[in-house]
Design a protein around this ligand. Structure first.
Ligand code: FAD
Length: 413
């Protein structure tokens, strides 16, 4: 039976890049994928547009991976965002930069990214076996025995596990790699997911599903303190909140929940004004437009559909004329506009996360090579590694960079 130099398990971005790099270095590489195609999750990234990396400088990049981001220092040095952009350009895919440094293919099609990976693998001669679902991995002296669910055996000197995490499981990433890593003595760090919508308690906002609150300020209330978080667009849903700013912050918010329990999210609907400036504006306007009713006045201040529910929630009559509003009522209104409070109680099932975060403990992985510190010649690449980056192209860069380094390191063994 042929013994491959490198067997890569999982044909997502991490596995494809690992296989390409191994082949470029002259190794005999086999790529094993449980689906009948490569990159199924890649195809749905950024709503099918694929935000494949970010133009941010190296230090900023590391910060986007949180407290243990420095784990990736050497990996991103060896294969940077610029290297990845050059790879796609060299292989005929032009890229464009959008807001906050996010890089997309000019085609706005994730399929173009997958097509490049497929083309390069065809050209370099990577052998791909589809419908091969890894069940068991075992090392016998210096050879790995790789067994599929159908008991097909493949042998290799080096194995790269690139089976992804456990989110959006219909794409094929259902945590198989975690079980295999555990069977070889690795520990799986359980972490909060990243990029996941949050559940809130206040049912009156659930009825406002589909409404986006543009450019609101967010802060978190815990143990009598307030921590300011960020500004951005928040989507109200039938279960709670989502939208870009929530998907960006959810991981940090859930970490705080682990520490403090249910949290209050304070939504600042008027983030450009301080409380005092808002008060002055309301006092002036209530005099100038005194004959207007509250509902009509607020039409210039808030999305129309939320005006009546908000007023109902603070027991203010929408039809009341501005000159009839008492000082106490005005104060309640200004407080609500600056700090609409929602109670965060949890998050959607982890399958709905953009990144799993739970994964093989970084302590057990060599950050120079991605090789296991417990099992020689075993490597990890992509989302299977514990932790996650912020939204903005950082996670795909992590997958490509760890894949590249794993493929190169396994080739030099
Ligand atoms: C909806 C959504 C949108 C996203 N958008 C972006 C974005 O725009 N930018 C960004 O940076 N990140 C984005 N992400 C995150 C990004 O998709 C992941 O970080 C990335 O796909 C991880 O790559 P990977 O190769 O490690 O794993 P995956 O892409 O999950 O690939 C793993 C592969 O392994 C295969 N596999 C699993 N188990 C086995 C087994 N037992 N045997 C054989 N094969 C197996 C799977 O079928 C799959 O093909 C998004 C995620 C989601 C869910």
């Amino acid at each position: 039976m042929e013994i491959f130099d490198i067997a890569v398990i999982g044909a997502g971005p991490a596995g494809c890049m690992a296989a390409i790099r191994g082949n470029q270095l002259g190794k005999k590489v086999i790529l094993l994928e449980r689906n009948n195609e490569i990159g199924r999750k890649l195809l749905i990234t950024a709503n099918g547009r694929c935000n494949l990396t970010n133009s941010a400088p190296p230090e900023f990049f590391l910060r986007m991976f949180g407290k243990r981001g420095s784990f990736y220092r050497e990996i991103f040095n060896k294969y940077s965002n610029q290297d990845l952009m050059d790879f796609f350009k060299k292989n005929g895919l032009q890229l464009k930069e959008e807001s906050n440094g996010r890089i997309f293919p000019v085609t706005d099609q994730a399929k173009s990214v997958v097509d490049v990976l497929k083309k390069v693998m065809d050209e370099t001669g990577v052998i791909i076996i589809y419908n091969y679902r890894l069940k068991h991995l075992q090392k016998d002296s210096n050879i790995f025995n790789i067994l599929s669910q159908q008991n097909n055996l493949i042998t290799a000197h080096n194995v790269i596990l690139a089976t992804g995490g456990t989110s959006y499981q219909f794409t094929g990433s259902s945590g198989d790699g975690f079980k295999v890593a555990e069977s070889l003595g690795h520990h799986i760090s359980t972490l909060n997911p990243g990029g996941i919508p949050l559940l809130t308690d206040e049912e009156w906002t659930h009825e406002l599903k589909g409404i986006t609150l543009d450019d609101v300020g967010l802060s978190i209330g815990y143990q009598g303190k307030i921590k300011s978080l960020a500004r951005g667009n928040l989507l109200l849903t039938h279960f709670g909140i989502s939208g870009p700013v929530i998907l960006d912050l959810s991981h940090d918010i859930l970490d705080m929940m682990n520490e403090y329990g249910d949290l209050n999210l304070h939504i600042d609907l008027k983030p450009d004004l301080s409380l005092e400036e808002l008060e002055k504006q309301l006092v002036d306007d209530f005099t100038e437009y005194r004959r207007k009713n509250l509902k009509n006045y607020l039409k210039n201040q808030l999305p129309h559909k939320i005006i009546i529910p908000i007023l109902k929630n603070i027991s203010l009559d929408p039809g009341k004329k501005l000159n009839q509003i008492t000082k106490k009522e005005r104060k309640i209104l200004q407080k609500t506009l600056k700090s609409l409070i929602l109670t965060i109680t949890g998050y959607l099932p982890p399958d709905r996360a953009m990144v799993t975060c739970t994964g093989v403990s970084k302590k057990e992985i060599n950050p120079k090579t991605t090789e296991s510190k417990l099992v020689n010649n075993l490597y990890f690449a992509g989302e299977i590694i514990a932790g996650c980056g912020r939204r903005g192209g950082y996670n795909l860069q992590q997958a490509f960079s760890t894949g590249y380094v794993a493929g190169e390191s396994a080739s030099h063994k």
